[in-house]
Design a protein around this ligand. Structure first.
Ligand code: ZN
Length: 136
């Protein structure tokens, strides 16, 4: 498995607009793109930090995974995403090692990245996302 870097850190927020008061106005991070991923019932905003990014996640529905997360744990860090060279190889290797996966095959996430989530039960409580982007 080849992990290249921390691609982004996902943060669950009630409102991207409201939380931008802190992330943009106070910390000075710029929002480069905002996108709704209907399938995941989420709107995402990316704020580059050096070679990585902060991803703000706002639910588009009370039934979405981000809304459920906030209901249980409140706003805060929701997942960490590692950029990998080859996500198919990674998933194969993880399956061979008996690691429980949420996504058996990659799906398309924000920005057109191919992504897959590992189950937090297999990662000592951290929701881990693997992410492969075009041009790596
Ligand atoms: Zn993410």
């Amino acid at each position: 498995m080849k992990i290249l870097k921390i691609d982004h850190i996902g943060i669950a927020v009630i409102s991207i607009d409201t939380s931008a008061n802190f992330w943009s106005d106070v910390l000075g991070l710029g929002i480069t793109g905002q996108e709704t991923v209907e399938e995941q019932k989420v709107t995402t905003a990316f704020l580059p930090v050096g070679d990585s990014e902060v991803e703000l996640l706002e639910s588009t529905s009370p039934e979405g995974p981000v809304a459920k997360y906030i209901e249980k744990k409140g706003e805060g860090m929701q997942h960490i995403a590692f950029r990998v060279e080859n996500i198919d190889e990674c998933l194969l290797e993880l399956k061979e090692k008996g690691i429980k996966l949420i996504d058996q095959v990659p799906r398309i996430g924000a920005g057109g990245a191919r992504i897959a989530f590992l189950h937090p039960k297999a990662t000592h409580g951290v929701l881990v996302e693997l992410c492969e982007r075009e041009g790596d």
